[in-house]
Design a protein around this ligand. Structure first.
Ligand SMILES: [Zn+2]
Ligand SMILES: [Zn+2]
Length: 195
């Protein structure tokens, strides 16, 4: 009983992980702004620290969660289906938290450092790669995984606030993972004249 419930929960977790990849890659990027999710996601890329409003997230999540719960209970019964849907929904919630934290809070250990590097390679190196946020599992499966060798080049205008100290200098501990780049178009006339 415990084992089969754990397997149902794990199936829910893995199903969300696939949904996360599918939403991000196919619904978000491949659709190129042809649906609301895609437009919001492209804005997340274009605008520093922009996240879709919570209401819009719930408008997507509620019907998906209700449908997942309904079909899971239909095929697996109320207990196993319910646990499956719980695994799916909780991992979705965890993903939302984690994605926000990657952008706004500094890494605290090797795993959180890896997840940030993985996600920011998607933002700043190649938006067609590294679609997984909670893990690189489906990037490995679909061949879209890239491992960043050396520091990742981050545009100054989009750089995460946690990279900097109070004086606005990049903290030394992050220089092996990130390097700032200022594009000429973002410089003032005076700065362009100096360079
Ligand atoms: Zn992001
Ligand atoms: Zn993206």
């Amino acid at each position: 009983m415990i084992l089969s419930l754990s397997l149902s929960l794990l199936a829910g977790v893995i199903s969300w992980s696939f949904a996360e990849y599918a939403l991000h890659n196919w619904v978000g990027h491949v659709a190129k702004g042809k649906n609301e999710f895609s437009r919001e996601h492209l804005r997340h890329h274009a605008q520093k620290d922009y996240f879709a409003p919570t209401l819009k997230k719930w408008l997507l999540a509620l019907p998906v969660l209700l449908a997942t719960g309904f079909f899971a209970q239909f095929f697996a019964g109320p207990v196993w289906g319910g646990v499956y849907a719980l695994g799916f929904g909780l991992t979705w919630l965890w993903y939302e938290q984690l994605h926000y934290r990657l952008h706004t809070i500094p890494p605290r250990g090797p795993l959180s450092r890896f997840l940030r590097h993985h996600h920011f390679a998607h933002h700043f190196q190649n938006p067609h790669k590294n679609h997984g946020v909670t893990s690189p599992l489906w990037d490995w499966v679909f061949g879209s995984f890239i491992a960043v060798k050396g520091p990742l080049i981050v545009p100054r205008s989009h750089a995460m606030d946690w990279l900097f100290d109070a004086e606005g200098q990049m903290k030394v501990e992050y220089t092996s993972d990130y390097q700032l780049k200022t594009y000429r178009s973002q410089l003032t006339i005076q700065e362009q004249a100096i360079l």
